[in-house]
Design a protein around this ligand. Structure first.
Ligand SMILES: Nc1ncnc2c1ncn2[C@@H]1O[C@H](COP(=O)(O)OP(=O)(O)OP(=O)(O)O)[C@@H](O)[C@H]1O
Ligand SMILES: [Mg+2]
Length: 263
């Protein structure tokens, strides 16, 4: 595995929601080029951690560093300029727009002349718009959905929508990609294909933090695994180490999770 130092670092991060400590003293690091999977029973705090990293809300305390830069408490648009991108547990795409238009949205903050002008086909914007279109189509091809470019986003399957959301996130060439349950709702074959797609994304130099309940997927593509339970990090290590960790097994068996333990 090629790694190149620490890209993301969480230092003693806490998040309090009223009476609930949703994230409790979590520290870990993700190295450049790694795929790190964040697992844990329902309600463990995985999505909350993504919301903290992507700036949806600030941590109550603790620090989040990207390449050594303190990004704690930055707003989502500032975080996006730091080249952190994410997908959502329930797909968030524009249903009324075409697949291609959805991917173009992922580029709009990089187009100096502005996305709206680009969409209006003003003469000066032609070249930039064409190159955006080319990049967007290439990204669709990488995700295996280029044949759907002109289709309305609500007319494609869930797996295709998840691929579309990934295409929109990756087209802006992020350094760090946060994937929140990319295989949720997919069948076994689609889940395996999703695993290949995620691994294929590493050619873009991406570092990936992957929240996923499908243990076959986690075990087949993660270099390392971090386990959350009730907001606390209860284990961290190689996939096979975490899988046989007694505390992890107990958390899955006794944690009120409706999902299968990682065995
Ligand atoms: N904005 C919020 N306000 C109040 N409580 C919240 C908020 N977001 C999350 N929580 C609570 O924080 C805890 C962790 O939720 P989170 O969604 O992070 O879990 P998760 O690990 O992603 O679970 P799942 O596997 O079901 O997606 C839950 O008890 C949840 O109800
Ligand atoms: Mg979640």
């Amino acid at each position: 595995m090629k790694t190149n130092g620490t890209l993301l670092q969480l230092q003693d991060v806490n998040k309090q929601f009223d009476g609930l400590l949703a994230i409790a003293g979590v520290s870990f690091a993700v190295n450049s080029g790694e795929i790190v999977s964040l697992i844990g029973p329902n309600g463990a705090g995985k999505t909350t951690l993504f919301n903290l990293i992507s700036g949806v809300y600030p941590p109550t305390s603790g620090q989040i560093l990207l390449n050594g830069e303190n990004i704690t408490g930055m707003k989502p648009y500032q975080i996006a300029t730091k080249r952190i991108a994410r997908t959502f547990q329930s797909v968030q795409i524009f249903q009324e727009m075409t697949v291609l238009e959805n991917v173009l949205l992922g580029l709009h903050h990089r187009l100096s002349s502005g996305f709206v002008k680009g969409m209006l086909h003003l003469p000066g914007e032609r070249r930039e718009e064409q190159s955006a279109g080319t990049q967007a189509r290439e990204m669709l091809e990488q995700l295996g959905i280029e044949q759907l470019a002109e289709r309305k986003a609500d007319s494609i399957s869930l797996k295709e929508q998840r691929c579309l959301e990934i295409a929109r996130s990756v087209v802006s060439k992020p350094r760090l990609l946060l994937l929140d349950e990319p295989a949720a709702g997919l069948n076994i074959r689609e889940t395996e294909e999703m695993g290949d797609i995620i691994q294929g994304l590493r050619q873009y130099g991406l570092t990936i933090l992957l929240v996923e309940h499908d243990m076959n997927l986690v075990m087949s593509i993660a270099h390392r695994v971090v386990v959350l339970h009730h907001g606390m990090k209860i284990a961290e290590g190689l996939p096979e180490e975490v899988q046989s960790n007694q505390e992890v097994i107990r958390a899955y068996l006794g944690g009120g999770s409706q999902r299968v333990p990682p065995t």
